[in-house]
Design a protein around this ligand. Structure first.
Ligand code: TEU
Ligand code: CA
Length: 556
């Protein structure tokens, strides 16, 4: 197995808009991050991933880039960025940027030029098609954010493709000039010293020839077979690695949308030299059956165990995964997989114990280190996310759902849940800003905030620090081989990890009740490495677990 810095490192994802506002305009910014570098250092994270910081009209909060080599003015200046990068490195941490290469903004100069005429040199930077015979869109492809994936352009009488919003036209990777533009942008940042990229929707960059209609087989399957994994994809990824990434001490983290465990190897097997790691969607979507918002299924622990196992087996020793349980696209992890009321403290810690002991690079999302929870927005006017807003509009217009039901669905699964400002203290706006933030602060900031948790030895924050520190000390956390016990047990997740004669056992109770379990092994003598409760009861090989208790034991 190849060892390298980005495997044992912990990635901490920052959503800059919501992290920390230094100039009190209600929007987080780069200087706000600089001010919190010490906090991040003390958390023992190693790699900061910044969601997009480039110029953007913010139709999708920066995932619509209008200049790949400029900083969004709301976030600061290039000098601020240079300082952030330097100070991050001074603290021994690394910094990666979010490369959105599948699409750009319709306000990017490339698209503004392309729209001017059919023979504009930039026309072929995008996907243009004539209307179908009935004058409608060229095919039945749907945007991820609702409606057709094609937008009509009056001036030329053609449609352009946008798999996300109409302000996010897809780039045409068949055009070698487009690829060179993206590679140049990557080199621009790598030459400054950034340590790699998280690659937004990278599986979507190669489109199927002739843009065939999608069969009626459900979103997940259409995604895998029609939108993602296109015919020239792996050629592009190899080229990108060969021409750019491989020339730097940098790594790539793919957003694994549309990747499943059977084709993951094509992306990340070491010998293919394409991408360094990916995070998949199976855990992130394990409570989502028919697409976001629609009938979420209850959290099922056995299903989650199967997901972890099948991925582990699939990539075993051939490639590497990152392990994410939440990010800016999903509701909060403690609200989804734990209990954000009575057992908030125990369950938030327990989930982190699981995440930190699974194989792969630990990828955590801002705010999870203090157990931030979902937010109930009272009215559609409070919703900011374009995905939720489009969902609302579409379903109210078609009268599919009532306004109240649509809002309930948005509150349950919507992306704003994870995007509320970080709760730094119990001061106004959670200490994030002195003025009204762009998205409201979760009113529970008076109870859940960094300041309180700094001072409390039993806080989630301090537990997290201890956990990440331990993870650094023991290779077994990262590289050990996992073997599950009582695999079909629906309440407990118990696994052994072994590496070079060492053994740890991770014991996690996913229920709000106490449960006894017969370990059946001589663990009475084991050292407790971490326990999210003050006490632990083992007697004659039977462990008595308290609600949401998590324990990591190490055999002496
Ligand atoms: O997300 C891609 C993606 O597939 C999301 O649409 C995801 O499925 C959805 O948010 C889950 O409900 C990436 C970014 O992470 C996301 O923030 C962007 O909106 C999207 O790409 C477009 O760039
Ligand atoms: Ca600001």
């Amino acid at each position: 197995m190849e060892l390298s810095w980005f495997k044992k490192g912990t990635i901490y994802q920052i959503y800059p808009r919501s992290f920390n506002d230094s100039n009190n305009d209600g929007i987080g910014d780069l200087r706000g991050i600089i001010d919190k570098l010490e906090y991040l250092e003390r958390l023992h994270v190693d790699i900061l991933w910044l969601s997009p910081i480039f110029s953007s009209p913010n139709d999708d909060n920066g995932y619509d880039i209008s200049d790949y080599c400029a900083i969004m003015p709301e976030f600061g200046t290039m000098e601020d960025f240079d300082e952030l990068l330097e100070k991050t490195h001074d603290k021994g941490m690394r910094l990666i940027l979010d490369l959105v290469a599948n699409h750009c903004s319709d306000e990017h100069i490339w698209f503004e030029e392309a729209k001017k005429s059919k023979d504009n040199p930039y026309r072929d930077y995008f996907h243009w098609r004539s209307p179908s015979a009935d004058g409608g869109p060229p095919n039945n492809w749907k945007s991820f954010f609702g409606g057709s994936a094609w937008e009509y352009d009056e001036a030329s009488g053609e449609y352009y493709l946008h798999l996300f919003t109409r302000k996010q036209p897809d780039l045409n990777w068949e055009n070698p000039k487009v690829r060179e533009e993206i590679y140049d942008a990557m080199r621009f940042w790598l030459d400054k010293g950034v340590d790699g990229f998280r690659m937004d929707v990278i599986p979507l960059i190669s489109k199927r020839k002739g843009y065939p209609d999608a069969p009626d087989v459900g979103f997940r399957k259409i995604l895998e077979d029609v939108y993602a994994n296109g015919p020239r994809l792996h050629e592009y990824l190899r080229e990108m690695n060969d021409k750019v990434i491989s020339h730097y001490d940098a790594f790539s983290l793919a957003e694994g949308v549309g990747i499943n465990h059977t084709n993951a190897g094509l992306y990340i097997d070491y010998d293919r030299k394409e991408l360094d790691m990916l995070y998949h969607f199976d855990i992130l979507e394990c409570t989502i059956v028919n697409g976001k918002f629609e009938e979420p299924s209850p959290f099922d622990l056995v299903k989650m165990k199967h997901i972890y196992k099948k991925w582990r087996d699939a990539v075993h020793e051939k490639g590497w995964l990152a392990n994410a349980m939440g990010n800016h696209d999903f509701a909060r992890m403690v609200s989804r997989f734990g209990d954000d009321t009575t057992y908030w403290l125990a369950s938030a810690k327990m989930l982190l114990m699981m995440q930190a002991t699974q194989n792969g690079t630990l990828n955590i999302y801002q705010g999870d280190e203090i157990g931030m929870t979902n937010l109930i927005l009272g009215a559609i006017e409070d919703v900011r996310d374009v995905q939720s807003l489009n969902f609302y509009k579409e379903n109210i217009e078609t009268k599919r759902y009532s306004e109240a039901l649509a809002l309930t669905m948005i509150n349950a699964e919507g992306r704003d849940n994870a995007r509320t400002p970080i709760q730094w203290s119990d001061e106004k706006h959670g200490g994030f800003s002195n003025s009204d933030p762009w998205l409201q602060v979760n009113p529970n900031y008076t109870k859940i905030n960094v300041k309180h948790q700094e001072d409390d030895p039993d806080s989630i924050l301090n537990f997290y620090r201890a956990l990440l520190k331990v993870r650094k000390q023991y290779d077994i956390f990262v590289y050990g081989t996992i073997e599950e016990l009582a695999f079909e047990n629906p309440d407990l997740y118990i696994y052994k990890k072994t590496l070079e004669g060492e053994t740890i056992v991770v014991i996690l109770n996913f229920r709000e009740v106490s449960i006894d379990f017969e370990l059946g092994e001589p663990f009475d003598q084991a050292d407790v490495i971490l326990n999210n409760y003050k006490t632990m009861h083992i007697e004659e090989g039977v462990i008595h677990l308290q609600p949401y208790q998590g324990i990591i034991l190490k055999r002496q």
